[in-house]
Design a protein around this ligand. Structure first.
Ligand SMILES: NC(=O)c1ccc[n+]([C@@H]2O[C@H](COP(=O)([O-])OP(=O)(O)OC[C@H]3O[C@@H](n4cnc5c(N)ncnc54)[C@H](O)[C@@H]3O)[C@@H](O)[C@H]2O)c1
Length: 256
């Protein structure tokens, strides 16, 4: 996860300003590293203050410790892009949680609100504040991280599955609203990707890891860099006519 993947160069990204949520770990961190490798100026947002600050120091970025469910924190992160760097060109909304596995009828209201609060309301708040700035500038590209669970049922992860489906609705709606302003809004739907989130889940038992691997036709987990590569392409000018799209990156897992 430490080296840029692969050595692609998007000339249009040099000097542009990118905001990444969930930047302290996994897919968000890989996106931050790949944007940095393209010469972007970065604002990194995460509720894990130590890790996000350490990464910001390493990448020469600006760190904001905060929670995507708090509108003030999200607004501050977008404002920081303007204050420190004069605008916002790209935003990646990667902050998310898997939630505790449970049958739907055993899922508590508290867990439902916690998971949908981060995975759905968090994305709504990010889009709301990012779009305001991008619409006014007449340009910009946003990628929100949904999941393969945004397209298919996911037993025992109802709040996660519902929130990831809903992110696609938000993405399509936002794209239609802002396309006339020159702003693009897309979603990436990763399959099982080796990150701390998935490793945490797999610690629940070796049989879970085997089950996950058996469900992936290409026979291996994805890497955070493979997901970030798709995110950067969607942000780049190479994807200038791609808007409102849900891009699955999963080694053919949901093609079966
Ligand atoms: N890893 C996978 O297999 C996989 C598959 C499909 C989708 N995804 C999605 O990709 C995204 C990133 O996941 P990951 O695998 O990199 O996980 P991760 O746990 O490695 O990273 C998630 C980051 O988000 C941060 N975060 C969580 N809640 C937050 C909040 N309320 N406010 C601010 N920051 C918060 C965490 O501190 C962490 O740094 C998530 O939305 C996840 O649902 C992951």
């Amino acid at each position: 996860m430490n080296s840029p993947f692969p050595a692609v160069s998007y000339a249009d990204m040099q000097g542009k300003v990118a905001l990444v949520t969930g930047a302290a770990s996994g897919i968000g961190e890989a996106c931050a590293r790949q944007f940095a490798a393209q010469g972007c100026r970065l604002v990194l947002f995460d509720r894990n203050s130590d890790s996000v600050e350490a990464l910001a120091v390493e990448l020469g970025a600006h760190a904001i410790a905060g929670d995507v469910t708090e509108e003030r924190a999200v607004a501050d992160a977008v404002a920081a892009c303007q204050t420190h760097f004069g605008g916002l060109d790209y935003a990646v909304n990667s902050a998310g949680v898997a939630g505790k596995p449970a049958a739907l009828e055993d899922t508590t209201m508290e867990e439902w609100l916690r998971v949908t609060g981060i995975n759905l309301t968090g994305i709504f708040l990010c889009l709301k504040h990012q779009l305001k700035v991008m619409k006014a500038a007449g340009s910009g590209a946003i990628v929100s991280i949904s999941s393969g669970a945004g397209l298919i049922g996911t037993p025992y992860l109802a709040p996660y599955c519902a929130s990831k489906h809903a992110v696609l609705g938000l993405t399509k709606t936002a794209a239609m609203e802002v396309a006339p302003s020159g702003v693009r809004v897309n979603a990436v739907l990763p399959g099982s990707t080796r990150t701390p989130m998935l490793e945490d889940s797999m610690r629940q038992g070796p049989e879970l890891e085997t089950m996950i691997l058996n469900s992936i036709p290409c026979g291996r987990l994805g890497t955070a860099d493979e997901i970030a590569a798709a995110v950067l392409w969607l942000c780049s000018a190479q994807a200038s006519y791609v808007n409102g799209h849900s891009l699955v990156v999963d080694g053919a897992t949901i093609s079966r």
